[in-house]
Design a protein around this ligand. Structure first.
Ligand code: ZN
Length: 104
């Protein structure tokens, strides 16, 4: 049974708000970490901000293109939507299009 069923609506709204604030804070932390990593990579490889902007644009274009690609199941060989993490038909593992596929 869902423990939230017996809780007043105010409590549920408050917990959703707390969760939203927590996620927002985690995103801020990830942005700071990503920024720090970028500065280390940029300075180590003598890259520029334009290099990063170009790379982000390329990734966005690749992702749009991947929306039309299918992921093949290793077990049943059926093609699945690229957003699927497991095969829709048999639950098998899907071929990954990129290393980031496992993140969903
Ligand atoms: Zn399958």
């Amino acid at each position: 049974m869902d423990y939230r069923e017996n809780r007043p609506k105010e409590d549920i709204r408050q917990s959703q708000s707390d969760e939203g604030a927590m996620l927002e804070n985690q995103i801020k932390q990830l942005k700071i970490i990503t920024h720090g990593l970028w500065e280390i990579v940029r300075d180590s490889l003598e890259l520029s901000e334009e290099d990063l902007i170009e790379a982000v644009k390329d990734i966005q274009l690749d992702r749009e293109h991947q929306g039309s690609l299918k992921k093949k199941c290793y077990d049943c060989s059926r093609e699945n939507n690229p957003k699927q993490l497991k095969c829709l038909y048999c639950g098998g593992e899907l071929a990954q299009l990129t290393a980031f596929d496992a993140l969903g």
